[in-house]
Ligand binder design. Sequence first.
Ligand SMILES: [Zn+2]
Ligand SMILES: [Zn+2]
Ligand SMILES: [Zn+2]
Length: 374
Amino acid sequence: MVKGSPHSKKILERYARGERYSKDALESMRLKRIKHFLARAEIIHGDKFSYPDIDKTFVRAKIEIPIQCSEHGLVFKATPDNHLVFAGGKCPKCGKAAKSRSAKIKYHRQYERWLKESLPEHLSLLSDFVDPNEPVKVLCLIHNREESHKPIYLKNNKLHGCAICAEEAVTSSTKLTVEKVLKDVDLPENLTVLGVEQGEPNKHGHRHTRVICSCDKHGIFKITKGSLKNSNYRCQDCASLEMGYVPQRLGKLVEADELGKPCHLALMKVKVFGVTSLKLGVTTRTLKDRYKDALVEIFTDIMLPERLAYTIEKTLLDKFWEVKDTRIRAIGINKESRWAGDTELFSLNEHEAISFALKQEVVKQKTKFNLVAE
Ligand SMILES: [Zn+2]
Ligand SMILES: [Zn+2]
Ligand SMILES: [Zn+2]
C-alpha cells in the first residue's frame, strides 16, 4: 500500500499509464457486451444469423465482426451496431431483397395515399387494392351504398363512387343541410361535416337525424346534432386517445413507478367484416382469447410488462400514422357495431416495416428498464 492511498502500488502505476481497468475487468466487460449484443440480435433477427467465433472477434460495437446469414449461407462483415439497425442485418443479399421489397411497398403506399386523398371523404374502400385496372369495392357512408369501380376509372373520371351522391352534387341538396348544421354548431378545427342522414322512424314516428362528420385523425363518424353541439369530445376515438383505458392505465403505472402485468404485444393479420388488415394489439389475455375468430395469423408476439407494451404501441401508432387502415372502422360505424380495436389497424403491406420497428422499440424499452441483460 502507498501511504495515504487505499490502492496498491501496482494499481496506481496502471492508473498513471492511463489504464483505468485491469485486463480481467476489461475482458469481463467485453463478454458482457457480447451477451448483450446476442440478446438484442435475437429479439430483432430471431435465429437467422450466427456469429462465428464471436468470443474472439467481438471487440466493440463499432468494429466489424464476421456474421453468417442462414438464408443465403454467406459470411459477411458488419459492425454489431449496424447489424441491429438494418432490416437485413447488413447481409448484402438480404439488403438487396429488402430494397426491392421497399420499392414495391413505396409504389403501393403511393397508390394507397392516392386512394385516400382522391376518394371523396364519404367513401370507404371495402376491398384491397390490387391493380389500377382491378375494380375495388367502395361504400358510400352517407347512402350506405356499395359500388365497384376500377381505381383508374375513379381517378380519371372524378366519379363520386356513388350514384346518389353524384346526383345530389348536381341538386346540391346535401350542401343545404350541411350549411344548416354549421350555422348551429361551432366545430373544432379537426372536424368537417360531410352530410346529414335521416334514420329510420322510431315507434313514435320520429326520425332521428344524424350528422356525418370526419375527424382529421380518425376519419368518418356519425353523431346526433345534439351531441355534436354539446359534448367536448365529438369524435369518440379522439376521446379514448385521451381518456380511454390505455392512457389511464399507463398514467397509473408511471405514477406508481411500476411495470405492470406481463402481456402480449402482437402484430397480427385479422379478418373483420370480410376485410383483412394488420392489427397491432396489447392484451393480458391470450391472443386467441382476445381476438377470437378475427385472428388469422400471428406475425410477431412478444411478452412484455404492460408499461413497455403500451408505450411501444403508442410510439408505433404515431410513427405509422400515414399507413393506417380505416376500412374496418368505417364499416363498423356504418353498421353501428364497431369492432373493438379498430383504431390500431394498418395496411397489410407494411407488415415487415412495422414488425421491424416494433422489435427495435422492444430493445430500446428493455434497455431503458434494464431488462435485456441476464
Ligand atoms: Zn441474407
Ligand atoms: Zn352517396
Ligand atoms: Zn378523432
